[in-house]
Design a protein around this ligand. Structure first.
Ligand code: OGA
Ligand code: MN
Length: 364
């Protein structure tokens, strides 16, 4: 599902070539740091220079003129925002600027504060067990320490409840509390926020089995997110039916992260859309066809944009080869000025260099 195979054959596909064309060139990392789920699909540099073929729906909306060949508008009863589509990619819809700046800030805060809370699992769960209040700990410059003594009374109280896969004990402490010899290993909470790669809401997705594990404890999708997804799903829904948000995957992208070409095929009913919300830094999204051999279309996704993939588009390869940070800060200037309060400093620093994607799914 996720990640392009690193074979010579994969190198030759049109999708792989497009990923290489757009990905960010970065000198080799001396520490050889690798990422968990989404591995960069090659370390040999790449282009990222020529962006002239990247479809920019915001520019098309602002120009309000004739649309380029192959791009159309979807007029949809009961939906009052502009919706774009590709004439040869049935079931894919693009809603530019679907969220106001206030709404974007709200969902960015939720993505960092609430969504990684247990019983939701994250990529950190396998390593550390359940971690509660990670964002608060990061704001307060706490440190997560592994506690040596397995009989430590505090060990299960805060951090490890429900952590099936881990036997170690971790807790947040103030730096000053660390006594020599007491602690095996430690990581700052803010480093851990940076290491967040995904969290799962609602029915929990099990990456090792590539399926939903209904036996895992879970909460329902939060009501405000469910309402938003239902409302935004309308242009892609079979008429008369209402979208049922049952699971969501939240992706957190740092400056050099990418998401390799894949198809999301673990949901039962492909007539229902995936509702995919972009927050923070701009990215390039590639939408291909049913095989990697079809040349994908590249488009910009910006904070507040929403993409829907339903029907045939559920079978289409897609991925994110590139996100734009630092140098493109003016792209998120509205967000930056909204996050200027003291309490938002940490979130502001985070989102300047990051992209968050919340994709909501009906599983059954
Ligand atoms: C996914 C996905 C796209 C994005 O998580 O399945 O395709 O915009 N995400 O990050
Ligand atoms: Mn996907």
């Amino acid at each position: 599902m996720y990640g392009a195979p690193d074979t010579a054959a994969a190198e030759r596909t049109a999708f792989r070539r497009a990923e290489k064309q757009y990905k960010l060139y970065k000198p080799p990392n001396p520490k050889g740091r690798s990422r968990s789920r989404r591995k960069p699909t090659g370390g040999d540099g790449g282009g990222g220079g020529d962006l002239s073929a990247v479809v920019d729906f915001h520019a098309l909306l602002a120009a309000d003129g004739e649309l380029p060949a192959g791009i159309g508008r979807r007029d949809c009863a009961g939906f009052d925002r502009p919706v774009f589509c590709f004439l040869d990619r049935s079931g894919f819809y693009f809603i530019p600027g679907a969220l106001s700046t206030e709404e974007q800030c709200y969902w960015i805060r939720e993505s960092l504060k609430t969504f990684p809370q247990p019983p939701n699992r994250t990529n950190l769960t396998a390593m550390y067990g359940s971690i509660s209040d990670l964002l608060i700990a990061a704001k307060n410059q706490k440190i997560l320490v592994e506690v040596k003594n397995p009989d430590d009374q505090e060990r299960n109280e805060q951090n490890n409840s429900g952590g099936k896969t881990q036997s170690k004990n971790f807790k947040f402490v103030e730096e000053l509390e660390i006594q020599k010899g007491e602690v095996c290993s430690s990581t700052t909470a803010s480093t851990l926020v940076r290491k967040l790669r995904w969290s799962t809401l609602g029915l929990q997705f099990d990456w090792s089995k590539r399926n939903y594990d209904v036996s895992l404890p879970h909460n329902n999708i939060p009501d405000p997110l469910a309402s938003l997804a239902k409302k935004m799903a309308i242009p892609a829904m079979p008429s008369g039916e209402e979208f049922k948000p049952e699971a969501a995957i939240v992706n957190y992208y740092g400056p050099s992260d990418m998401l390799g070409g894949h198809v999301d095929d673990m949901e039962a009913d492909w007539t229902k859309p995936i509702v995919s919300i972009s927050l923070g830094s701009k990215c390039i999204f590639l939408l291909g066809g049913k095989t990697r051999d079809e040349v994908p279309t590249a488009m910009f996704l910006r904070s507040g944009d929403i993409v829907l993939m339903a029907g045939e588009a559920r079978e289409h390869f897609h991925g994110v080869p590139r996100i734009f940070t630092e140098s493109d800060e003016q792209e998120i200037s509205a967000l930056v000025s909204h996050l200027s309060g003291k309490d938002d400093q940490f979130i502001l620093d985070y989102i300047k260099n990051s992209r968050i994607n919340i994709n909501i799914r009906q599983v059954y």
